[in-house]
Design a protein around this ligand. Sequence first.
Ligand SMILES: Nc1ncnc2c1ncn2[C@@H]1O[C@H](COP(=O)(O)OP(=O)(O)OP(=O)(O)O)[C@@H](O)[C@H]1O
Length: 290
Amino acid sequence: MRSPDSIPSTPHHPAPRVIAVASGKGGVGKTSVSINLAAALVNAGQRTLLLDTDLGLANVDVMLGLSPRFTLADVFAGRCELRDTVLEGPNGLMIVPAASGKRHMTELTPQQHVGLVHAFSELDLPIDTMVVDNAAGLADGVLTFCQAAQEVVVVVCDEPASVTDAYALIKVLSRERGVARVQVLANQVQHPVEGKQLFDKLERVTSRFLDVTLNYLGAIPRDEWLRRAVQRQESVVDAFPSSPSALAFRDIGRRSRQWQSPAAPRGHVEFFIERLIGTPANSPTRSAAA
Ligand SMILES: Nc1ncnc2c1ncn2[C@@H]1O[C@H](COP(=O)(O)OP(=O)(O)OP(=O)(O)O)[C@@H](O)[C@H]1O
């Protein structure tokens, strides 16, 4: 990555809104949600970038049938700049892929996670929204990317471990990272009521023990069309636009403007912070990702 003295002056494009998708437990459909939410936002006319930060088990590129020339692993190894990793996906969706199976990529230091967050301020692309697909679990990288986003979407499904792990994630984000608002998305529901019941269950505990506001984004049905789309290496939004899950994603994407983003930066590590506060990019932590 570039050294601080070769950083260009203030970028031309306004700061995009950053949505971090996380779940605590693995396998609940977080990557499917990230891909389809990004595709739905593109459908709604937003210029969208999908960032895969699952540095140990990346799969956004595989799920979309893309063959990246460079990934984030190459950025950290100094083989390319962050901008070189950006791939063009379906309908102009931009994608920054991670690297699968590179064990050392899961061992990045907290400074390197922060460095990656700051490196995005230099990426002067015309983006309205960036969707960040996180790894499962509560590792430092997940917490840093969620903390640095304007919105955190926690994906839950109707399994006890999913609900307890989602609660554990929200608790750490709230108590240790100052996250004050979390969007909850129920996935793989059998019936719309099930999604709201899951949300109510989570909210009952968080409102009792944590200082965090939960907002219910809605539910994505368990849908055989989504599985077929995965097999075709496409988003269900593009492959089967009138399927139940595609309609639900499009509805959530359309409403995303009303999630009430905070107007001002929160004053800690944040994606595109330099652009939000309107000063030239110049952070000593920037070179940490190099
Ligand atoms: N709404 C849904 N309907 C049907 N199948 C789904 C749905 N959401 C996800 N799946 C299926 O569940 C499986 C896991 O999904 P996905 O890889 O998105 O989960 P994940 O939470 O990102 O997993 P991990 O954290 O382990 O990477 C996939 O095979 C996907 O096809």
